[in-house]
Design a protein around this ligand. Sequence first.
Ligand SMILES: *Cc1c(COP(=O)(O)O)cnc(C)c1O
Length: 410
Amino acid sequence: MADRDGDAPDHTSAGPVHGTRADGSPWSTATRVVAGGRPAREPDAPVNHPVALSSTFVGAGAPAPGARTYARSGNASWDPLEEVLADLEGAGPDGGALVLASGMAAVAAVLSLVPVGGRVVAPGSSYNTTVELLERLASEGRAHVTFVDVADTGAVEDALDDRADLLWLESPTNPLLEVADLRACADAGHAAGALVAVDGTFATPLVQQPLALGADVVVHSVTKLLSGHSDVLLGAVATSDAGLLQRLSTYRRIHGAIAGPMEAWLALRGLRTLALRVERTGVTAADLARRLDAHPAVGRVRHPSLAHDPGHERARAQMRGFGSVLSFEPAGTEGLDDAEVARRADAFVAALRLWTPATSLGGVESLVERRRRHANEPASTPPGLLRLSVGLEDADDLWDDLAQALAALP
Ligand SMILES: *Cc1c(COP(=O)(O)O)cnc(C)c1O
């Protein structure tokens, strides 16, 4: 679709991969994550798309003008990554994926779809900066926001109140690992006339497919597991709805929160190993959750792999795995004030040698963080809660480090 000021077709992604086996069944996602987004097989062609460092493309007046114009509208460096993401999410022939400058740029793009004065229902206990943005929209009078516990489907239905513009879901949530019933919530959202968006960052499309469960749009912080090496900030949205894709693409072009070519290239390079990383980090995370759960110095452990976790059955039903992030609180803090609880958790972090004390998650290296150290962390996060992002190190080495730091707790 030509743009009014003539500088764009908004969406220029190449479309999904259609790789099949001899019997016509589709390749598995483990194959598609490797095989998608490649240059055509011609003699001497590179196997990876090059980084296209160009702000503009030969166009008007050229002998054969192409679809590209200006690199804010669409460019060759986004296409292969968007092609793979759209395919993994099952965005289908009318849909697609769009990469944006960061996960928050992707969140902001979807929230921009809410009309002024519109109604939003969202998890109060979820990624802190998303909550901060929603609170800001509410305090500025731009939207009415109702925060709910998204693990409580009845509470979500009540909050929708038969009339809402956007149901924002995150599952599993950051950092409490709560699991929303995506199918039931999406149905309730649609019955209330709402657009349904799911932040699927913790699960990745290999573990959970929100579009297939009824969501209209999926949001990712590509910064995390998708790129996987803690060396790039990037976000993405995916949808199977052509109209929604066009609106989000126009938003990206006119607001300008675009991804750099190098970031897109790095993210696709990282994405090639996603299936292996998701599998291995998921196994290690479940193993560490079980060992922490049995340790006397550890209080509540949160990871949907644990049979007693409130999200366990739901995660088994709608996910293919339980994810590589878990959280726990040190035990024996009853009666202590929040500052002392925080001090003890911080002392535990300081005693670690292998785990890196840092925010973020989903990289090859294991990270640990006391989430309430951030001023914008929702108060629903306990003061001593430690979020662990499990990387690719040996599980016994990771456990050994946790155990020695637990032994040093008062
Ligand atoms: C990190 C994160 C974001 C924000 O992504 P950035 O790439 O840091 O902007 C959004 N949602 C969740 C669940 C996250 O973990």
